[in-house]
Design a protein around this ligand. Structure first.
Ligand code: CTP
Length: 403
């Protein structure tokens, strides 16, 4: 793995206190960094802390003869693979959007020829201010990338959009950025079928049994696989999500429709079953709306089992995809249950979702990846990052066993 380097510009906001944590997170992801600390930033975090963590000088002044002799500010701005601004304050955003350069940070940002990623952080009213939004639009048009801000409680006591993205999320976004930018798309030439969302099992024209699956994780996986170069078909139950760009979408309702759509999307190299398929469906479906009220006793509903899409696709045969991946949601004994599920369903990998605590229905997931070789646990991360990581694992798998 090639070691990447960023130039980290720490602006002057309360979130600057997270800069040491960010340096650590970058280091954990194999990303080295050099730091520019603005004058305002140094009110929240000391240069000594950042210098100790990076084992390097922290650059603070535009006209510093010692630093300028070692590394001029132009070279500083170009010595990294990317310039990361975290926190990106309204002031720094405004300066760069308007081409101002009156300190080391803004000068480096104007002088760089490298991609720039900003992690904005500010009070929610500042974030919403038309002037800030105008500057952001200008920067986006100039090709600057952004991560966050996140929504939440702020140091100023208000609530809303404005918290800096978490250090781990920033480090993962950088990895994803480089992964996406890499010209060598690892899954080029591979076909993938992904299932996502709930299924809907109707018992009359307007009523049905279903579940609360949002489809987010499956859509993110389809997107990540497409970004990695695969030709992707996403077979989705009903969701509120938009179609995934660059992915062939097949929208279905019931488990049986989902199975048929998957089968007609084969052959494929990769099958990822993320859908929360209803295990049961009503035995009969009335053609007209059932009258369920009245003084008769509550009607009984007979349920019959739905086909297991994952197990069906995983059956040995000429059409079996080379890599079949199932999902499992578990609250306890995650490894034992996931291992058993892998065998029972006949799939190659199980992505076990640890849904103990508060991850269910949220934006993030805790994952245990179970394969024939063993298992690995991934730290809790947003669903989009889990998707990128899974796409990377799939790419690595095909690299080592290309057949
Ligand atoms: N699956 C499927 N078709 C079904 C049921 C499940 O393809 N009829 C897939 C899901 O998409 C997922 C995996 O199988 O990849 C989940 O298996 P399941 O046995 O439903 O496990 P859980 O939902 O975790 O439930 P339980 O532990 O109760 O079995």
């Amino acid at each position: 793995m090639s070691l990447k380097r960023v130039l980290l510009i720490v602006g002057g906001g309360i979130s600057a206190y997270k800069a040491p944590e960010l340096v650590r997170a970058l280091d954990k992801h194999g990303i080295g960094c050099r730091v520019i600390l603005t004058q305002a930033g140094s009110q929240f975090v000391t240069p000594l802390t950042l210098a100790s963590l990076t084992k390097d000088d922290v650059h603070q002044e535009l006209f510093n003869l010692t630093h300028e002799a070692k590394m001029g500010h132009i070279e500083l701005s170009r010595s990294a693979d990317l310039v990361l601004v975290a926190p990106a304050t309204a002031d720094l955003i405004g300066k760069v959007a308007n081409g101002l350069a009156n300190d080391l940070a803004s000068t480096a940002l104007l002088a760089t020829d490298k991609p720039v990623l900003m992690a904005p952080a500010m009070n929610v009213r500042m974030w919403e201010h038309p002037a800030v939004q105008r500057n952001l639009a200008t920067l986006r048009a100039d090709g600057v990338h952004f991560i966050g801000p996140d929504e939440g409680a702020m140091a100023c006591g208000e609530y809303g959009l404005g918290r800096m993205a978490e250090p781990e999320a920033i480090a993962t976004a950088l990895e994803a950025f480089w992964y996406k930018a890499s010209a060598d798309k690892p899954l080029r030439g591979k076909r993938a079928v992904v299932t996502a969302g709930p299924t809907l099992e109707a018992f009359d024209p307007i009523r049905f049994l279903s579940n609360r699956s949002s489809g987010k994780q499956g859509y993110a996986i389809a997107h990540a696989l497409a970004e990695a170069g695969a030709v992707v078909t996403l077979v989705s139950g009903p969701t509120a999500l938009n179609d995934v760009p660059g992915v062939s979408m097949v929208r279905v309702e019931s488990a049986r429709e989902m199975l048929a759509a998957c089968q007609s999307a084969l052959p494929a190299d990769i099958f990822v079953a993320v859908a929360a398929v209803a295990d049961w469906r009503p035995e009969t479906r009335a053609d007209v709306k059932l009258k369920l009220k009245g003084d008769v006793k509550a009607p009984a509903m007979t349920l019959v089992e739905n086909p297991d899409i994952l197990a069906t696709i995983a059956q040995p045969g000429p059409k079996r995809p080379k890599l079949v991946i199932g999902f499992a949601a578990e609250t306890h004994e995650v490894l034992a249950y996931a291992t058993a599920k892998r065998t029972k369903k006949g799939c190659d990998w199980v992505v076990a979702n640890d849904v103990s605590g508060d991850v269910m229905g949220g934006e993030s997931n805790r994952i245990l990846l179970v394969t024939a070789e063993g298992h690995q646990s991934w730290p809790e991360a947003p669903k989009t990052q889990i998707a990128v990581r899974l796409a990377e694992a799939i790419s690595a798998h095909f690299k080592t066993s290309p057949a």
